[in-house]
Write a protein that binds this ligand. Structure first.
Ligand code: GLA
Length: 742
């Protein structure tokens, strides 16, 4: 891995044998982009990669005597607007009362071993990485802009962010500051992203990149169910397993934009950052603003190669250290079992019954605090409801622990019910203006997390309960988006800072709790998967993927989520039938076969199971315990997409290729179906022999010919459903053997 600096030509080349990223200082002192993609061998000079092309027609050129120097056609690293480049810029900043075209020119560089933390923000980390910082200055603004580039060894990944510091004596106003911009030389890409809504998050969407602006974004105060802060640009001929793909992920949990502008020369400019709409940040003298980080992946092994690079990065360089190698408990959550209707006996009985099945933790969901018997009250009143739990939380926790189970609790720290005691005592703590209409969402308002004293209050409440209950896990929920975004504490000219300050408050509470209680496992949640992003994964290594637990729907949701996020970050549970979101009845085996590919758990009442079901669940729990290391560490391969047909298949292969787990799902039964259907696998060692279903195959046979699938699942010799008909599935476990098959 290397960062090459050519001081004479002012060129910079980051490479690690997998990717190259090359840029230089242009003749006007701004940074020009030269190349990003598959690794190039290093040369002492890359000037020839700069294309000076004299545009025809009435272009504006920077120098009167050089018609070829036209910012409109030059690829840049961090473009501004107003200087003959008419595309949307990466930066817009001005003095408080003056307009100005930002003109940041090269000053100096530094190379750091490792990766500095981004102050107050989640970001990837790694001592083994190297960071290049380029310092640019705008003398008029008296501002310094630092562009940060980090490259990781053995990963086709570069991360970027920008830092702006006011070194002058006047106030500055930032109107836009992207985490990264990237000028690509052509537009021959398919814009691939993850879109959805509550209960159908992260469906894969694709469209051809075309002239004009195309973007995905959120203005909801959360990264959102609707657009995930992830974007892939794949070449039209790229598939799951071959061809060129660029993947981008924004490590942020609030308002964002990921935009591609294709201009009249068919060049594509990508910008990724905090959404500039409504955003305005005052930068007083000596102050610094840090953008969140953009992760950029290059893959020449298709979409799946891109996903694996992101998964590996997040497993090794993003989630909390402790959870990289520790098994996460198989949990049972009482939400769909009881909703708000529970008492101590009921919970303890659920815990005991689940413990007998091998389940390891009970999570008490919503309704344990204040007077919360439905979703109309008590958010903010984080003290136990003695009507439901007369002996208190401590006693409940102890009884759960005595039943051999860990104890976890649900919180929704960022919310306040209008009829809560907290609201009575602190009416100004809610987001919005006191005397103006405030829109309710799920009957609740949002707490103003831009205010440190409110974050402190929540810290006191939550840390007290963690200590009191010997808590092992917290499900941190966020059930509504933010409306009337206004803080009663911020000055009127600071209201444009509200959303970012809010999420910094959320991050600071996470930071304090996770550093003081590293043994507590956090699972983030926002009405299911409304905040499934890399920012959250930095603190909470798993996310409740969706409120939709229907196995058929989950195929799409988990398949889409896997584009960016590792299997072991996806909370996935077996729930009761008929399913509470779709009323669909799928076999218990299919529910588990889907949920295995995530952090596994149950969301049902174990007391209402038949003996036969209990036996089946015992088997599932034991099976997952054997497999969870593979799910945590393995390489994931998507084989058949639920977005293209009736069948879905995926598999996970251990890093040493000695074992693999394959999931195959068929949504609707087909009459008199194919008798000799095979499923070609991926990621195995061609030369290794693998045992599966009592037979032994070489890896190349399994990848070229495929695994023989059963005919409509007659259930012979495999972990299959007892039911026939719709919604069937199979799991195949492959283990390498030393047997010589020659
Ligand atoms: C949200 C979560 C659910 C559950 C409920 C409780 O919808 O996504 O899992 O915790 O809130 O109110």
């Amino acid at each position: 891995m290397h960062i090459y600096i050519n001081q004479e030509n002012q060129q910079f080349h980051l490479t690690n044998g997998q990717v190259s990223y090359i840029f230089h200082v242009m003749k006007n002192g701004q940074l020009g982009h030269l190349y990003y993609g598959k690794a190039l061998r290093h040369r002492s000079d890359f000037s020839h990669l700069q294309v000076y092309d004299v545009p025809t027609g009435a272009s504006c050129h920077v120098y009167a005597d050089d018609p070829s120097f036209v910012l409109e056609t030059l690829r840049q690293e961090y473009p501004a607007y107003g200087n003959s480049d008419f595309r949307e810029p990466a930066i817009s900043v001005r003095k408080e009362n003056e307009s100005h075209v930002p003109t940041f020119t090269y000053d100096s560089f530094s190379v750091l071993e490792g990766k500095p933390r981004l102050l107050g923000l989640p970001a990837t980390y790694g001592n083994e990485a190297s960071t290049l910082q380029i310092l640019l200055k705008d003398e008029f603004l008296q501002a310094e802009l630092t562009l940060n580039y980090t490259i990781f060894p053995d990963k086709p990944v570069i991360t970027r962010s920008a830092t702006l510091r006011n070194y002058g004596g006047e106030n500055l106003v930032i109107e836009r500051l992207m985490g990264a911009a990237l000028d690509l030389p052509d537009k021959d890409f398919i814009f691939t992203h993850l879109a959805g809504a509550w209960a159908r998050e992260r469906h894969v969407k694709e469209r051809v990149l075309e002239t004009g602006i195309q973007s995905i974004s959120s203005l909801r105060g959360a990264s959102s169910h609707h657009h995930n802060p992830f974007l892939a640009l794949r070449r039209p001929n790229a598939t799951e397993h071959s061809g060129e793909v660029y993947g981008f992920n924004f490590v942020y949990s609030s308002n964002f934009i990921m935009q591609v502008e294709v201009d009249h020369y068919d060049m594509a400019r990508l910008t990724v950052g905090i959404h500039p709409f409504g955003f305005q940040w005052g930068l007083a003298p000596k102050e610094t603003f840090q953008t969140p980080e953009v992760v950029m992946v290059y893959s020449d092994q298709g979409l799946n190669g891109m996903s694996q690079a992101l998964h590996q990065l997040y497993r090794e360089n993003l989630i909390p250290e402790r959870w990289k190698s520790e098994d996460r408990p198989i949990l049972i959550n009482n939400w769909e079992a009881t909703y708000f209707d529970f008492d101590e006996d009921k919970l303890v009985n659920i815990a005991k019954s689940a413990s007998e099945l091998g389940i390891e933790m009970l999570v008490l969901d919503d309704g344990w605090f204040g007077k919360r018997n439905d979703d109309t009250s008590s958010l903010g009143d984080w003290h136990v409801d003695f009507n439901k739990l007369p002996n208190g939380l401590e006693s409940l926790a102890k009884k759960i622990n005595d039943a051999g189970m860990k104890f976890g609790l649900w919180f929704e720290p960022e919310m306040i019910s209008p009829n809560s005691e907290l609201f009575k005592n602190h009416p100004d703590w809610a987001v919005g203006m006191a005397d103006q209409h405030r829109t309710l969402g799920r009957n609740q308002l949002v707490l103003d997390f831009s205010r440190p004293e409110i974050v402190d209050y929540l810290y006191e409440k939550m840390s007290g309960i963690i200590k009191q209950t010997n808590l092992s896990y917290i499900k941190w929920d966020m059930n509504r988006n933010i409306t009337e975004p206004f803080s009663q504490k911020l000055a009127s000219n600071q209201q444009g800072e509200f959303f970012h300050r809010y999420i910094l408050g959320v991050y600071s509470l996470y930071e304090r709790l996770t550093s003081e209680f590293p043994h507590v496992l956090f699972e983030s949640c926002a009405g299911g998967g409304g905040r499934f992003d890399a920012g959250m994964l930095y603190y909470a290594p798993q996310t409740w993927t969706s409120d939709n637990t229907d196995a058929v729907e989950r195929l799409k949701i988990q398949y889409g989520t896997s584009f960016a996020y590792p299997l072991y970050s996806m909370g996935s549970h077996v729930s009761a039938v008929p399913n509470h979101q779709t009323y669909r009845e799928t076999p218990l085996s299919t529910r588990a076969n889907t949920a295995y590919f995530g952090t596994f758990g149950y969301e049902l009442d174990p007391l209402s199971l038949t003996e036969e079901e209990r036996e089946e669940i015992k088997g599932q729990v034991a099976f997952y315990k054997e497999q969870r290391r593979l799910i945590r560490e393995g390489h994931f391969y998507r084989l058949l997409s639920p977005f293209s047909g009736n069948e879905t298949a995926w598999m996970v292969v251990s890093p040493d290729q000695s074992e693999a787990l394959v999931g195959y799902y068929k949504v609707l039964a087909t009459p008199n179906s194919r008798k000799q259907q095979t499923l070609p696998l991926s990621g195995l060692s061609a030369d290794k022999a693998y045992e599966v279903n009592g037979r032994t195959y070489y890896g190349d046979e399994l990848m070229q010919v495929g695994l023989q699938l059963p005919t409509e699942f007659n259930g012979v010799n495999m972990r299959s459903s007892k039911r026939r008909g719709d919604f069937q599935s199979n799991i195949f476990y492959l283990k390498s053997t030393d047997e010589n098959l020659d």
